[in-house]
Design a protein around this ligand. Structure first.
Ligand SMILES: [Zn+2]
Length: 341
C-alpha cells in the first residue's frame, strides 16, 4: 500500500485550546505524526512525499476568500497593535449578516468556528501539504488501489469556509472530489470519535456522495450541534447523509456493529470506492476520546474495511497523543491489508 506524508505539516504547531473555560495546551501536536509514522514503519510502509496538488483542487471544496484568509491571516494579524502570537477569534457572527468583514479581526471570527484552530506562522504551508497527501491517496484510489494519507492537521470538522475542531481544510471532501473528477462514485465513511460535521455540511445537499458517520452522541460530545440521526440530507442529497451516533463509552462490539451497518448502506448506495476518515481517537486511552474501543477492535475494523473490497483513500483524522497511537495505526492497516490481499 502506498502511503503519503508531507514533512512541512510539522510547521503547524498550535499552542492554545479552550477546555471547559480553561486555556489548555492544544492536543493537535506534530508528535502525532511521528507516532503514526512509527506505526507505518512497523509494517514496512515507507511514506512518500506527495506532489503539490494542481491549482484549483482545494477550491473544489472551499471558498476562495476562505483559502485567501488561511494563507494571509497570520501576516495580517501580526500587524495588529499588541497582537498575540496566534490568530484566535474573540467574536462570531452568530446572527449572520450579508456583509463579509474587511478587517482581520472580523474575518477571524467569520472563519474560525471555535478556539481549537489557532493559526500560527506555519499553519498555511502545513494545511496545504496535508491536503496534498489526501489528494495523492485519492489519485491512487481512483486507479483501483488503496492508499493512506497521514494528513495532519485533520480535516473533517472544516466546512466550506469555517475551520473548527483542529481542522482547516477538509482533506476527505477534497479527496472525494478528486475521485469524482475521475468518474468514481465514492462514499465517505467517517469513523472518528467525533461527528464529521464539516464533511456533512459540504455534502449535505449532494446526491452523488454518500456520507456516513459513526461517532459519540453529540448531545453529550463535540461537535454538539450536528451529528444527530435525524439529519439525513437535503434536496438531491436527501437520504445520502447517515449518522450513527453511539453512547459515550461505546465498546468494540457496539462500534464494530455500527461499521457493519455503515458498510451495508455503502453497498446499497452502489459506491465503487471509499474515502475513509480514520480517527484513532475512538481508542479508550485517547485524551480527547469518548469511546472504549481497544487496539484489537481497531484491527478488526481494518479487516471489515479491507474485506469490503473497495478502493479506499484512507485519510487520517483525529487520534491524539497516547501510548497506543503507534499500535493503533499499525493494527488498523495490518487488518486492512490482511483482509484485502
Ligand atoms: Zn476526533
Amino acid at each position: 500500500m502506498r502511503t503519503f506524508y508531507a514533512a512541512e505539516t510539522a510547521q503547524h504547531a498550535p499552542k492554545t485550546f479552550m477546555l471547559r473555560g480553561r486555556i489548555a495546551q492544544n492536543e493537535e501536536r506534530a508528535e502525532r505524526a511521528e507516532r503514526l509514522l512509527a506505526g507505518l514503519a512497523r509494517l514496512d510502509l515507507k511514506a512518500e512525499e506527495p506532489p503539490a496538488a494542481p491549482a484549483g483542487t482545494r477550491s473544489t471544496v472551499h471558498s476562495i476568500r476562505y483559502l485567501e484568509f488561511l494563507e494571509t491571516a497570520y501576516a495580517a494579524w501580526s500587524k495588529l497593535p499588541g497582537a498575540g502570537e496566534e490568530v484566535l477569534p474573540n467574536t462570531h457572527p452568530l446572527l449572520p449578516g450579508p456583509t463579509y468583514p474587511t478587517g482581520i479581526v472580523g474575518r477571524t471570527g467569520w472563519h474560525l468556528g471555535d478556539l481549537a484552530v489557532p493559526i500560527g506562522p506555519g499553519t498555511w504551508p502545513a494545511v496545504a501539504r496535508a491536503a496534498d497527501a489526501a489528494v495523492a491517496a485519492a489519485e491512487v484510489a481512483a486507479t483501483g488501489a488503496s492508499a493512506y494519507a497521514l494528513a495532519r492537521p485533520p480535516g473533517h470538522h472544516a466546512s466550506r469556509e469555517v475551520a473548527g475542531g483542529h481542522c482547516f481544510l477538509n482533506n476527505a471532501a477534497i479527496a472525494a472530489e478528486v475521485m469524482i473528477a475521475r468518474g468514481a462514485r465514492p462514499a465517505i465513511l467517517d469513523i472518528d470519535v467525533h461527528h464529521g460535521n464539516g464533511t456533512q455540511a459540504i455534502t449535505y445537499d449532494r446526491g452523488d456522495i454518500l456520507f456516513v458517520s459513526i461517532h459519540t452522541d453529540p448531545s453529550s460530545f463535540y461537535p454538539w450541534f450536528w451529528g444527530y440521526a435525524h439529519e439525513t440530507g437535503a434536496g438531491a442529497g436527501e437520504g445520502a447523509n447517515i449518522n450513527l451516533p453511539l453512547p459515550v463509552g461505546a465498546d468494540d462490539e457496539a462500534w464494530l456493529g455500527a461499521i457493519r451497518v455503515a458498510l451495508g448502506h455503502i453497498a446499497r448506495f452502489g459506491a465503487d470506492s471509499l474515502v475513509l476518515s480514520l480517527g484513532l481517537d475512538i481508542h479508550a486511552s485517547d485524551p480527547l476520546g469518548g469511546m472504549s474501543v481497544t487496539t484489537e477492535g481497531i484491527g478488526r475494523a481494518g479487516e471489515l474495511m479491507g474485506r469490503a473490497g473497495l478502493p479506499t483513500a484512507i485519510i487520517q483524522e483525529g487520534g491524539y497523543l497516547s501510548e497506543p497511537l503507534t499500535d493503533n495505526i499499525a493494527a488498523f492497516l495490518s487488518g486492512f491489508l490482511g483482509a484485502s490481499s
